[in-house]
Design a protein around this ligand. Structure first.
Ligand SMILES: Nc1ncnc2c1ncn2[C@@H]1O[C@H](COP(=O)(O)OP(=O)(O)OP(=O)(O)O)[C@@H](O)[C@H]1O
Ligand SMILES: [Mg+2]
Length: 270
């Protein structure tokens, strides 16, 4: 098959393969896209936690974006881990030059095990300079709380936070409900025209490492293929749900989801 869209992933590496650039590449590929990358950081981690983070120099992040895109123009861009103000500014500079419109930002702040992946100054820069520039942001509940100063305990709080982000100039918002304790899982989508709540049953498992990275890459892939943003969110949530359900159960901590659960291997390669 020929890939349907070309996606540039700007994010950090997760050596355990469940989140970060590795999850992004698997997702884009599994959904029929062509994945390119600009690496922002290298993390040593496994399913039990992050042991170290090494930053890629911001100038090199910018170079990866520009040099790659000038040869193969991306139809969509997914942005994940941006740990410092300097790297955020480099990414903004590069994005201004390449002018791809379909940009999705997953404002990654803390890894599943609790390790902080962005410094406080960078959170301010992200809020002031980047969130307005992208087409959609996909914070989880703790990230939405940090960005809006709203304490989120229920669906109404999620909607209130999304409205604040809209007022800050964000075009489209999807607040993910993975961190709520409720049995039914709600993701809130909001823009100036519509409010949509995606509801799913919570799957009982500890193996949800990389759900957020996977979701934003899936949305980017569907959106870059020409689907509406709303439909892209709906399909991406379904894809993550199926990937959680097909439990791999690898590792001793929060194990990875199965990005390949929707793939059938051609007979001649079996
Ligand atoms: N146990 C679960 N059962 C069903 N859906 C889930 C579960 N956990 C997360 N999800 C879904 O996965 C998607 C990602 O949400 P989540 O809040 O986990 O993102 P995240 O915190 O950014 O993930 P990550 O830890 O990878 O950064 C959402 O659509 C959410 O509803
Ligand atoms: Mg996340």
């Amino acid at each position: 098959m020929k890939p349907k869209s070309k996606i540039l992933i700007i994010a950090g590496s997760d050596s355990s393969g469940g989140a970060g650039v590795q999850a992004d590449i698997k997702t884009v590929t599994a959904l029929g896209g062509y994945a390119m990358t600009a690496l922002t950081a290298v993390t040593s981690q496994n399913t039990t936690g992050v042991s170290s983070v090494i930053a890629v120099p911001p100038r090199e992040v910018e170079k990866q974006i520009l040099f790659t895109s000038k040869d193969i123009k991306p139809d969509g861009i997914k942005i994940g881990m941006l740990h410092s103000t300097e790297v955020i500014l480099s990414v903004i500079k590069a994005l201004n030059k390449i002018k791809t419109k379909k940009i999705i930002l997953d404002p990654v702040m803390v890894a599943k095990g609790g390790f902080k992946l962005i410094n406080d100054k960078a959170i301010k820069t992200l809020k002031k300079r980047l969130i307005r520039k992208v087409h959609l942001i996909t914070p989880n509940i703790p990230e939405a709380e940090v960005l809006t100063n709203v304490n989120i305990n229920n669906l109404d709080d999620m909607i209130r936070a999304a409205k604040i982000l809209l007022r800050l100039g964000v075009k489209n918002i999807l607040i993910k409900g993975g961190h709520s304790k409720k049995k039914s899982m709600k993701d809130v989508f909001l823009n100036k025209k519509e409010l949509k709540i995606f509801t799913n049953k919570r799957i009982k498992t500890k193996n949800t490492h990389g759900t957020g990275c996977t979701l934003s890459s899936a949305i980017t892939t569907f959106y870059a293929c020409g689907k509406t943003l709303n439909k892209s969110c709906e399909l991406a949530i379904k894809y993550v749900n199926q990937s959680i359900r097909s439990n791999l159960n690898y590792g001793k901590g929060h194990g990875p989801i199965n990005h390949l659960s929707c793939i059938k291997i051609n007979r001649k390669f079996k």
